[in-house]
Design a protein around this ligand. Structure first.
Ligand code: AP5
Ligand code: MG
Length: 209
């Protein structure tokens, strides 16, 4: 079964996807990570994408779909789609162009907006290892560097308070039609994402069994 993670910025989608990948052998595809890899190339396309992300807006559906299709092949196993879809148009694209008749479940990470602003502002990420830290709740062993690779941790440019607020505003506008879409198809399950990361993981594994 394939998994789709939907939820607000900072709700913990990446954190849980990393652990499921490590412990249960899923492939993890994050459209945010794919877009950030394009940005890192510093190509004209990357610069255009960076401006959109740093303003807290959504990147064009067709472009994200193209990146996603290039980077996933369902014949190679079970996937977690993290951060895609972001609107009903993308839900339909994913159904028609990628999942077709595959069985899948959609996990909605539920959490209050007040909690996630603090989570995001304190997030630091390791671009190469993909590890996600939090200065308050899950700091690295040595300040500023990744425990696994020793690389310098990054504060994402879109993790500044004003951009986070814009991202949350867009999320609030787009999430309800997606919930309706997946509920109508009998695909949606809800997860309490406000709990401790281990508890979230335990509940998640129960939901996908
Ligand atoms: P993307 O990278 O997908 O960002 P997002 O969806 O906003 O989600 P985040 O990565 O911010 O949060 P998360 O839920 O993964 O939380 P995490 O586990 O890191 O997208 C970025 C941008 O790219 C978009 O704004 C858009 O511009 C563009 N984009 C991407 N996909 C697109 C698409 N499909 N279409 C169009 N545009 C697209 O956790 C957050 C923090 O909380 C961490 O510090 C973590 O340690 C901590 N934490 C996690 N879980 C817990 C817990 N249970 N308790 C306490 N702390 C926790
Ligand atoms: Mg993420």
């Amino acid at each position: 079964m394939q998994l789709i993670f939907i939820g607000a910025p900072g709700s913990g989608k990446g954190t849980q996807a990393n652990r499921l990948t490590k412990e249960l052998g899923y492939n993890h595809i994050s459209t945010g990570d794919l877009l950030r890899s394009e940005v890192a190339k510093e190509s004209p396309l990357g610069t255009k994408i960076k401006d959109i992300i740093d303003a807290g807006n959504l990147v064009d559906d067709e472009l994200v779909m193209e990146l996603l299709s290039k980077n996933c092949s369902l014949s190679s196993g079970r996937y977690i789609f993290d951060g895609f879809p972001r609107n009903v148009q993308q839900c339909k694209m994913l159904d028609q162009q990628v999942l077709s008749s595959q069985n899948y479940k959609v996990i909605l990470f539920k959490i209050d907006n007040e909690v996630i602003v603090e989570r995001i502002i304190n997030r630091r990420v390791a671009a190469d290892s993909g590890k996600i830290y939090n200065l308050i709740t899950s700091p690295p062993l040595s300040p500023g560097v990744c425990d696994e690779t020793g690389e310098v941790l990054v504060h994402r440019d879109d993790d500044k308070r004003d951009v986070v607020e814009k991202r949350m505003e867009i999320f609030d506008k787009t999430i309800n039609p997606m919930i309706d879409y997946y509920r109508a198809g009998g695909k949606l399950v809800e997860l309490d994402a406000s709990l401790d990361p281990n508890e979230v993981f335990n509940k998640l594994t129960e939901l996908i069994e």
